[in-house]
Write a protein that binds this ligand. Structure first.
Ligand code: IPE
Ligand code: IPE
Ligand code: MG
Length: 251
């Protein structure tokens, strides 16, 4: 969806309906402890599960996380295979509980060049949780914002959409994140001040929040700080501030 408006379904305009997170800093977190980078990713999975629970407890409807980028294939082979292996560990350990808790999981990304085993795991995760509605967790894996825009255009053209018909709304319907409203709050942990090819299209009017906290250290207090910061922001979507309410002049 690309309607540039906040749509607080919970009724609280200060609560983001959709939070997106670049879960960065696992490698540095592990290095500080003289541990292999993959250990940081392993602890990062637990942080993700805790964050899903914390978001549900606060009434957030959509959580989208960046788990593996189109560019992360450049990493050493042992780290890449460690990350793939962790997916299976996470599914075995957490899928059942998440499904019971009402989490719908959607995998967002290019499934063409991942292993058959991983594709099968994604299919299992999605089919097990497809009827859930409490929180939608989108896991961006082998994902890039540029990939998404390109694949949406390709699929639209393959469907026979003409150049004249291909406006923002039409293209949005083909994007891999079409099941969710645009993110309201985009958090990046790990201290880097960049987007790294995450949600390029959808984050057009997201409020950005960068924290030095390394992802495995992210917790409820960090989440609440981010939500409090968001609640103080004024979102204008290109317009002007809403006029202050009229007060009756005292005589
Ligand atoms: C983010 O943590 C997780 C993935 C990219 C899979 P990093 O592995 O990038 O951690 P740092 O940035 O090197 O500390
Ligand atoms: C972004 O982190 C990708 C994920 C968190 C999955 P990176 O660590 O890959 O980003 P760069 O390389 O610092 O930009
Ligand atoms: Mg990183």
């Amino acid at each position: 969806m690309t309607a540039f408006s906040a749509a607080p379904a919970s009724g609280d305009p200060h609560l983001p309906r959709h939070v997106a997170i670049v879960m960065d800093g696992n490698g540095r977190w592990a290095k500080k402890r003289f541990m292999p980078r993959v250990y940081g990713h392993k602890v990062g999975v637990d942080t993700l599960v805790n964050t899903v629970n914390a978001c549900m407890a606060r009434g957030i409807e959509y959580l989208t996380v960046y788990a593996f980028s189109s560019e992360n294939w450049k990493r050493p082979q042992d780290e890449v295979s460690g990350l793939m292996g962790l997916v299976h560990v996470a599914v075995a350990r957490y899928l059942r509980k998440m499904a019971q808790d009402g989490v719908r999981v959607v995998i967002v990304g290019d499934r063409d060049n991942v292993s058959d085993r991983l594709r099968a795991a994604w299919a299992e995760v999605e089919s097990t949780t497809r009827h859930n509605t409490r929180l939608t967790l989108s896991v961006c894996f082998n994902y890039g914002g540029r990939w998404d825009i390109a694949q949406a255009a390709r699929r639209a053209i393959a469907d026979g959409v003409t150049a004249a018909q291909l406006d923002e709304q039409r293209l949005s319907a083909y994007m891999a994140m079409a099941h969710a409203p645009d993110p309201d709050l985009l958090i990046r942990t790990g201290g880097e001040l960049r987007i790294s090819n995450f949600l390029l299209w959808q984050a057009a009017y997201a409020e950005l929040l960068f924290t030095p906290c390394l992802w495995p250290d992210f917790n409820e207090a960090e989440l609440d700080r981010a939500l409090a910061d968001y609640a103080r922001r004024e979102r204008r979507f290109g317009g002007v501030p809403a006029p202050a309410p009229m007060t009756t002049a005292a005589h």
